[in-house]
Design a protein around this ligand. Structure first.
Ligand code: ZN
Ligand code: ZN
Length: 336
């Protein structure tokens, strides 16, 4: 089967591999769409820590069932989405239902080979029927679930004033689910094209360009109160540190993006606000299900998909996605 492999940073090759054989309690999947995200770009550029090469990327997966275990709830031909965070089920986090931060987590396409290929085997528990979704939508469930999980962490509700720093795919996913919960969303980003996209396709009227005067603008939007919840989706340590100052008194700060290294903040400023600081990692099955409900209800615009390529074209086309001028929000790989 055709497989795209990242041999070492900067090099992708199309190779032929044997089709995987399904183990007990595993489902053999035929891939249909593979979403590409920031994680993949970092694997390609070599900026992803704790990763060994060669690696087959691909964790945003829409597939159809080829073979399922006897007695399975899945049958051949079913359209499915994959939960790529393979959790152990036994550690303390898993026992508490927090499978998203399992101690022994193995993420498809990161810690183990993913789905940038024609076939993949996955334990049955990590395969969700994508009933009522298009094939494209089924490939968008995972990155949207990251946003849905962050919003659930914050407990965002009706009328909350929410600031999202970073208007890339994850920031936009947070914005979609914060709006579904009834929040008033403001976006801040240094890229005018991404703010324009959010205004045009997500109906977010409140956008603030990063830079001179931005603090005054954020203050004016909230009568000097600042925000009930600030979400960071920037991947930038400086931006994360700055975001502490945008949290209102009694507010939350949710760190969705992760950076290598340390961040610091003023303890008096943190305490003065009685800030609640939350990390948000991956997503749970409940988040995936909430995303599927939102997709079926037409609450996620297809305009998020800005680029497409065939599986065989990935080695030539991939590097072009890293160029900000390409205006990529979500690129999908189509498997014939
Ligand atoms: Zn992703
Ligand atoms: Zn676990």
């Amino acid at each position: 089967m055709l497989t795209i492999i990242c041999d070492k940073p900067g090099t992708l090759s199309a190779i032929e591999r044997d089709r995987p054989v399904r183990g007990e309690n595993e489902v053999l999947l035929r891939l249909r769409r593979i979403g590409i995200c920031g994680t993949d770009l970092h694997i390609f550029t070599g900026d992803q820590p704790f990763l060994s090469y060669p690696r087959v990327m691909g964790h945003e997966l829409a597939a159809t069932v080829e073979e399922a275990p006897a007695g399975s709830r899945l049958k051949p031909g079913d359209l499915v989405s994959v939960i790529p965070y393979i959790s152990c089920g036994n550690c303390n986090a898993c026992r508490k239902g927090k499978t998203n931060c399992c101690r022994r987590i193995g993420v498809l396409g990161v810690h183990r080979d993913g789905g940038m290929a024609e076939y993949l085997t996955v334990p049955e528990a990590f395969v969700l029927k994508a009933e009522g979704l298009s094939v494209d939508q089924a490939a968008m469930v995972e990155f949207l679930a990251i946003g849905a999980h962050a919003v659930a962490r914050a407990g965002t509700g009706t009328g909350d004033r929410v600031l999202i720093a970073g208007a890339g795919p994850i920031g936009l996913a947070v914005a979609i689910f914060a709006q579904i919960e009834g929040a008033e969303v403001t976006l801040i980003d240094g890229r005018a094209d991404r703010l324009a996209f959010a205004r045009a396709h997500l109906g977010i009227e409140s956008t603030v360009p990063l830079g001179e005067g931005d603090v005054d603008a954020l203050s004016a939007l909230t009568d000097g109160d600042f925000f009930d919840t600030v979400f960071d989706a920037t991947g930038n340590p400086r931006a994360i540190e700055r975001g502490f100052g945008f949290v209102g008194h009694g507010g939350n700060y949710v760190l969705v993006s992760i950076v290598a290294g340390e961040i610091s903040f003023s303890d008096p400023e943190f305490h003065k606000r009685e800030t609640t600081l939350l990390g948000s990692r991956n997503a749970t099955i409940a988040d995936f299900e909430r995303v599927m409900t939102a997709l079926r209800a037409g609450k996620v615009p297809d305009a998020l998909i800005t680029h497409r390529m065939r599986l065989s074209e990935v080695p030539q086309a991939f590097a072009g996605l890293t160029d900000p001028a390409a205006g990529v929000i979500k690129a999908l790989v189509e498997v014939a």
